[in-house]
Design a protein around this ligand. Structure first.
Ligand code: NAD
Ligand code: TYD
Length: 348
């Protein structure tokens, strides 16, 4: 039986990856390691918690001894590393927290894997999940490819870039078999409402202002989270060692256009009059160092592994909105307590 360690599996993307692996690969023993920070929530994976091939481990990847002991206990065959501090705005407030988890935490996992596997890498694989934000910002033209130079602008993207470099360095220096993917902005169910789409869905439901940063003319490439999970499954099993793959939706949206689309769909679903939600749009102070545009060229993963998004943006957004409308208790739970303080500080 293969032992697989997934880190960050109680978070947004991680919960979709854990669910997929537990359900699709009963022959694997799947360990989900998560510190359950504000972004981690056992409710996100409640449906699989009693599966015989699933074990949840609460722990912090920054704790070196804990990580070494965990690897010594289980000798994992594969690691899918998603645990991270993931929100740009929080990284501006507290950059060191991002260095701790995203850089030191990744280092601890790399060292534990290297020391545990002791140069015998048969059947082993370390998969590092990263972001397109490491490439910095595009102007109005062009796409990020796997050979685009790293040029991170936010403390979040700088910490992810640093971790990517260490993964690659462990591959070159110690022969660690790794794969690395850089993905565009995800959206879908279980997305913590600090990021644009779930924050705005929550605010529309509650008739609260929709805080658009700057002039709203910033562009992101959006991918449905379940398509990211499919890509991660594919790269873990069929990607080539020591390779990077970009993952994206070929789906660019200016923030303001996306917000207006969201408002229109929500008005229909909530039975509100046309343009009711658009009236909630409020232009607020811009994010410092705000990257103008991200857009991914995902042709390598398409040509080499045959992956492409399975749903259109309209389908994915519809599924996402329906999920939030049908799971308002989840939204209420995650927006009580510490979220209120965060919101007040960020948006007052
Ligand atoms: P998230 O913030 O929703 O979840 C992160 C998870 O990691 C949480 O469950 C949290 O409890 C856990 N965690 C945080 N610090 C930890 C620590 N020190 N030890 C153990 N667990 C810890 O993040 P997400 O959006 O699901 O992103 C997952 C990964 O995918 C990240 O590495 C992120 O950089 C990457 N990524 C995200 C996006 C996106 O659009 N969200 C896009 C591309 C890449
Ligand atoms: P976000 O969801 O934080 O993802 P990222 O910064 O990693 O791309 O933000 C997506 C875009 O939406 C980004 O251009 C910033 C913008 N944005 C707002 O205009 N208002 C908000 O309240 C938030 C959270 C984001």
């Amino acid at each position: 039986m293969k032992k697989i360690l997934i880190t960050g599996g109680a978070g947004f993307i991680g919960s979709h990856v854990v669910r997929r692996f537990v359900n699709k690969y009963p022959e694997y023993q799947v360990f989900n390691l998560d510190a359950l920070t504000y972004a981690g929530n056992l409710e996100n994976i409640k449906d699989i918690e009693n599966n015989p091939n699933y074990t949840f481990v609460k722990g912090d990847i920054v704790d070196e001894k804990f990580i070494n002991d965990l690897f010594a206990l289980h000798n994992f065959d594969g690691v899918l590393h998603l645990a991270a501090e993931s929100h740009v705005d929080r990284s501006i407030e507290d950059p060191l927290a991002f260095v701790k988890t995203n850089v030191i935490g990744t280092m601890n996992l790399l060292n534990a894997a290297k020391n545990q596997w002791k140069g015998n890498f048969d059947g082993k694989r370390f998969y590092h999940i990263s972001t397109d934000e490491v490439y910095g910002s595009l102007g109005s033209e062009g796409l990020f490819t796997e050979t685009t130079s790293y040029d991170p602008n936010s403390p979040y993207s700088a910490s992810k870039a640093s971790s990517d470099h260490f993964v690659r360095a462990y591959g070159e220096t110690y022969g660690l078999p790794y794969v690395l993917t850089n993905c565009s902005n995800n959206y879908g169910s279980y997305h913590f409402p600090e990021k644009l789409i779930p924050l705005f869905i929550n605010n529309i439901i509650n008739n609260k202002p929709l805080p658009v940063y700057g002039d709203g003319n910033y562009t992101r490439d959006w991918l449905f989270v379940e398509d990211h999970a499919i890509a991660i499954d594919l790269v873990f099993h069929e990607g080539k060692n020591h390779e990077t793959y970009n993952i994206g939706g070929f789906n660019e949206w200016k923030n303001i256009d996306l917000v207006k689309l969201l408002c229109g769909i929500m008005d229909d679903k909530l039975g509100r009059e046309k343009s009711a939600s658009e009236k909630l749009i409020t232009y607020v102070k811009d994010r410092p160092g705000h990257d103008l545009r991200y857009a991914i060229d995902a042709s390598k993963i398409n040509k080499e592994l045959g992956w492409k998004p399975s749903v259109t943006f309209e389908e994915g957004l519809e599924k996402t909105i329906n999920w939030y409308l049908n799971n308002q208790e989840w939204l209420e739970n995650v927006t009580s307590g510490a979220y209120k303080e965060y919101y007040q500080k960020q948006y007052s």
